[in-house]
Design a protein around this ligand. Sequence first.
Ligand code: URA
Length: 439
Amino acid sequence: MDICEVIKVKRDGGKLSEEEIKWFVAASTAHEIADYQISAMLMAMYINGLDDEETAQLTKAMRDSGEKPDLSSIPGVKVDKHSTGGVGDKTTLSACPLAAACGVKVAKMSGRGLGFTGGTVDKLSAIPGYVTALSEEDFFSCVKERGISVVSQTKDIAAADKIFYALRDVTATVDNIPLISASIMSKKLALGSDAILLDVKCGEAAFMNDIEEARKLAKTMTNIGAAAGKRVTAMITAMDQPLGKAVGNALEVREAIDVLKGNGPEDITELSVALAGMMIYLAGIADAPEKGKAMAKAALEDGSGLMKLREMIEGQGGDPAVTDDPDGVMGTASFKKELVSENEGYVNYIRGTIVGMASMTAGAGRKMLDDEIDLLAGITLNKKVGDHVEVGETLCTVWSGDERKLSEALETVREAFVIDSTEPENNPLILDIVTSDMQ
Ligand code: URA
């Protein structure tokens, strides 16, 4: 096929055939077409869209462009969870152990973070000894014996996505529903779990700011999953202020442990139980999401969720004592500074993007994939939306190993807080639950 002819079809608003899509993905993966031609095609797709059939075909071709681990030797129903990315989102570390404690098998490959949202693998790296790059054999054994394992993506999963994503990132073609859906679902389908729970974030600090757009994304992804024979549900959840009170790697591990001890902030605890409940339901262990939620709540209250996290950490070489004494085992940043309020009133809004950027400035995130990060850096919120604050009270604390970065981060995070004399409305955390039209 001729790449110019294939680009022309989409440039002129036409529909791509399955053969054209398969060829485009295969030729891109084999580096047979130039980056500028791939970018031109992605831009044509961005501008003129892909219908449901084209999106499903693109996802399938991308799924098949890399390796596909075969999880069938692991007994039980394997459920994966994916978040579209949020600030302070450590639910893989809090929800997945709760689900595993109730019998769900969690074989999860996670990425490193880029930008301000942070990756689960970076968070786990803050635990001394924890090995994220397990061999496939050790990964499978950990899931078989302990019910849960979270590792870094070592295999070449959905190889085409790596090429496409890197180009989308620099050609303003990321925020597009068919392209995001194909990117996420190609990886999730390649990873081979039986069911997938998607946490589609919606709000100021998410890809999707608008609930209708978030619903469309959720519907597209659940339809793709169902067409591939998977049980898939999407929960649309609020992502305006950061989730919980901690942003930054070790700080988030500590908070996930607090959640599993029953001492976590309300919002992240509520979301962790809801996500775990849905995973339990998707695994067929509970016959309704509410029943799954009750099981997850019980696993939180009786400490079995915390024990699961401890077992996983131990199974992957990490120091399990981190669950008893997170600060003692992981350490804390050498420097910290508090941001105090200059106004009295209610916290009406905390801009998640600004907190995320400040955390990155403190050293917790990376701009480029091979940037070094400070695992102990980040932000802890002393106040959340709805809290009353007096003049001179602490709004948040910035942590860093570098005093210059600390001061810069403190200046950045100042812009995040909106304080007003009126008490804000209490907005729901779970905005909607979306299933496929085919289920
Ligand atoms: N996350 C992904 O993996 N891909 C996208 O396109 C957007 C978010």
